[in-house]
Design a protein around this ligand. Structure first.
Ligand SMILES: [Zn+2]
Length: 264
């Protein structure tokens, strides 16, 4: 069995502060330790349930957050930044399912830890074909383009709720309850690492039954920016890309990766 794991940092147990989320900040080293330990718990569970081929992508920031020398030897790891059209390198060789670990809710979600969509600074919200969408949805679509269903999502309770609404039957695991953008009611990381084992087992039981997440073309992406500065900084051709108002732009294409690359 082959499983692809994409890992973000905001939804990892023990992580809630902005000082934890960026290299060079005061609490970053602690956060990457917590991240690496939680990844290892999932890889260990996957290996113990017989998954022989495990790829783990570091999907936070520049993609270089794991403590390399502490990583579980049963997986291989994608580290460093990759462009959106190659966001999950190696995916094309075929996988039975994908996990989104440590994810966060979409921009403008109330009471969610570090809610954002791709960039906290730039975007207030992103809609795809009229529906609000965040990174859980966007990454599920990218996996879906390759025929791979997302079968497990972990993160705060708001991220889990978003995943359940989008991906019926997905296994969710809440590492914490969001209280505000930078506060949460936390489960102890050690408890999370042991409880994740049961979630992994439950998720793997749906391999072969879960359907890949797909939205059919044509695609229309509407971006709401946090300020007109961001909208001014772009150029628009008036056909495939249009400025709708001071803080809103619309992008269209029949190709999902193309429209996302241009819009986000
Ligand atoms: Zn992140």
């Amino acid at each position: 069995m082959r499983i692809y794991v994409s890992v973000d940092m905001e939804g990892i147990a023990g992580v809630a502060l902005r000082e934890q989320l960026q290299r060079g900040q005061s609490a970053y080293e602690e956060a990457r330790y917590l991240l690496t330990q939680e990844v290892n718990a999932v890889v260990d569970a996957l290996a113990s349930f017989g998954v022989k081929d495990i790829v783990v992508k570091d999907a936070h920031g520049g993609g270089y957050n794991f403590i390399a020398d502490s990583l579980h030897p049963a997986a291989v790891y994608v580290m460093g930044s990759t462009p959106l059209d190659k966001r999950f390198p190696g995916l094309e060789r075929g996988f039975d399912g994908a996990f989104l670990m440590g994810y966060h809710a979409m921009a403008s979600t109330f009471g969610a830890v570090r809610d954002h969509t791709m960039s906290s600074a730039q975007y207030r919200g992103v809609k795809l074909n009229g529906q609000p969408i965040g990174e859980i949805g966007l990454d599920s679509l990218l996996f879906g383009l390759n025929g791979v269903p997302v079968i497990m999502v972990s993160g705060d309770d708001k991220a889990c709720q978003e995943a359940e609404e989008l991906l019926p039957g997905v296994t969710i695991y809440a590492t914490k309850t969001g209280l505000s953008r930078h506060a949460a009611l936390m489960k102890a990381p050690q408890r999370v690492r042991s409880e994740l084992r049961g979630a992994v087992q439950k998720a793997l039981a749906r391999v072969g039954q879960a359907a890949p997440f797909c939205i059919t073309s044509p695609y229309e992406v509407v971006i709401q920016f946090n300020s007109s500065d961001w909208a001014d900084a772009r150029s628009y051709d008036g056909v495939d890309s249009e400025r709708l108002d001071a803080v809103t732009a619309r992008y269209r294409s029949d190709d999902l990766v193309k429209v996302l690359t241009r819009a986000i």
